[in-house]
Design a protein around this ligand. Structure first.
Ligand code: FAD
Length: 503
């Protein structure tokens, strides 16, 4: 049974390391959240009791460890705010253990064992290219550990098309929930040359690959470390967690919650909290939105037929700028529906403009709420216009449908302030900062430090990127486009491997 390690930082800055004998504690505490000490005691008591009950259920005997842990927490308790600085499932099962020391030479080293790294591995295995995949955590770590409990795909299941591993379930138009996604992706790692628990600390010219388990050399290196590296959240001295650490409404401290940001994560987390009956303040940003369904079909299905997902970034109206745009917000939850922030406001969610700054415990919001809501709706309607044109041009028999009319309008411009004391915690859905400092090959980056490449192939002979948003097409950073990109890189890798190299 997986245990959960968690660390508490009491108000006097002392830290206490704790353990729960089962994951049943997870709904009661959130990593990064701060709780008044009485609430923390109540939550750990309830959480450890639930964990102990789970042990009884599974093993038929009471768990003394949970009771001893609770006693230790009660003894250490100090008045004031307590922060859960760490909360992690102890790794139960490393399925692909690495030898204690790694060394030697490989044709190809793939850094990262997410869907992108495994997809490249699949394509290299087909071509007989000798390689290894190095994963610092467990394979597919982000799908397992960095999504909230009620997470479901935003993209329909038929877009889950890993090379050699298409979606084979009975609901291609549905949206898999977290456990279903894992059941789909986990078998994909089988039979691939993966080492888990190996962190790549540096990639140097040559190539020299310095890892937590020793240094390897390689002819070619694929960087498959995803596009979402370091959670971005300002340190304002206020209780809060990043969206990557958010799990469920119950794990957050009692009281009103402020969600900052309305990209895909922010809008879905705001809905998750709202559906659980939590009082939610939402700082609305500039992310666009898209309707789930229009004229009888999922908009993703229309866009697929319209060739949108085949458009290379070089033909995108914003060019490489598309790589830095927020995703359109919509959800696959419960079979899929629109995320209409105005409808949430009608149901008493408090909408504000963008959060601009915090001063002396006061949060300040910009006066751009109306503008941001209107712009998101306008994008949604423009996409519908394009679908209408496609239907007309191809004489498709599709039902008609009335266009969206706003169901709520703000009475103010959304500017104003909120005292930090009026909310119990903040969920920062403010994205991620890239971190490429481990790659000591400056020719692979532009002047702003962003990866510089053509379909993942860099100016450094034998160095590649994969899995980044809009690396080549819309689907490059998602399930939808990874097969095409992995095939392309495997071709390039195979061709270079076959080329005689300078001594
Ligand atoms: C909230 C959210 C919702 C999403 N929803 C969808 C969706 O509905 N549909 C869809 O198709 N896509 C979705 N995506 C996008 C995408 O599918 C995921 O981001 C996917 O995880 C990308 O796979 P990847 O392999 O490129 O990167 P990752 O999954 O990030 O994998 C990279 C791996 O590299 C490892 N790693 C990093 N650094 C090192 C190092 N130095 N050494 C060794 N290993 C390292 C990491 O531990 C990780 O396992 C979503 C993304 C997010 C964040």
């Amino acid at each position: 049974m997986p245990t959960v390690d968690f660390t508490l930082r009491w108000a006097d800055d002392t830290e206490q390391r704790c353990q729960s004998p089962s994951t049943a504690i997870e709904p009661y505490l959130a990593e990064g959240a701060s709780y008044p000490h009485e609430e923390l005691l109540r939550r750990t008591r309830d959480g450890l009791t639930a964990a102990s009950d789970r042990v009884v259920e599974v093993y038929g005997m009471a768990c003394t460890a949970a009771a001893a842990q609770l006693e230790a927490i009660e003894r250490a308790a100090r008045p004031g705010l307590v922060t859960v600085t760490r909360l992690r499932r102890a790794p139960t099962r490393i399925r692909f253990p690495a030898p204690e020391r790694l060394s030697g030479h490989y044709e190809v080293v793939i850094v990262g064992g997410g869907q992108a790294g495994l997809a490249v591995s699949h394509c290299l295995l087909e071509r007989g290219v000798r390689h290894v995949v190095l994963e610092r955590d467990r394979v597919l770590h982000n799908w397992r550990d960095a999504r909230w409990d009620a997470f479901s795909l935003v993209t329909p299941n038929w877009q889950c098309a890993l090379p050699g591993h298409p979606y084979a379930g009975d609901d291609p138009d549905g949206f898999m929930v977290k456990d279903e996604i894992l059941a789909y992706v986990e078998p994909y790692a089988q039979g691939k040359p993966v080492y888990e628990g190996v962190t790549v600390h540096a990639v140097r010219p040559g190539f020299e690959v310095e890892t937590s388990h020793g240094t390897l050399t390689a002819d070619q290196v694929v960087l498959a470390v995803g596009g979402y590296h370091v959670p971005r959240a300002p340190d304002l001295g206020l209780p809060g967690i990043h969206s990557a650490a958010y799990r469920n409404p119950h794990a957050l401290p009692d009281g009103p919650v402020l969600v900052v940001g309305t990209g895909q994560s922010g809008a879905q987390i705001a809905e998750d909290l709202h559906l659980a009956g939590r009082e939610v303040h939402l700082a609305v940003g500039t992310a666009p939105r898209v309707a789930r369904f229009y004229r009888g079909r999922d908009c993703v299905a229309w866009l697929q037929d319209m060739g949108h997902y085949d458009m290379p970034v070089t033909e995108h109206p914003q060019g490489k700028g598309a790589r830095h745009e927020a995703n359109h917000y919509v959800t696959g939850r419960g079979g899929g529906h629109d995320l209409d922030l105005r409808a949430f406001a009608r149901e008493r969610m408090h909408l504000h403009g963008r959060l601009t700054h915090v001063e002396d415990g006061t949060l300040h919001f910009a006066g751009d709420l109306q503008q941001n809501l209107d712009a998101a709706d306008a994008t949604m309607e423009r996409i519908k216009d394009a679908i209408d044109r496609h239907i007309a041009a191809n004489a498709i028999d599709a039902p008609t449908e009335p266009r969206y009319t706003p169901v709520w309008r703000p009475l103010t411009d959304g500017s104003g302030t909120l005292e930090a004391t009026e909310i119990s915690t903040i969920v920062w859905a403010t994205g991620f900062t890239p971190s490429w400092s481990f790659v000591h090959l400056p020719e692979a980056f532009d002047a702003d430090g962003h990866p510089e490449h053509l379909r993942g192939v860099t100016a450094v002979d034998g160095l590649y990127f994969i899995g980044l948003p809009w690396l080549h097409t819309w689907g490059s950073g998602r399930f939808a486009g990874i097969a095409r990109d992995a095939e392309h890189l495997a071709e390039a890798i195979g061709a270079r491997a076959a080329r005689p190299q300078a001594a």
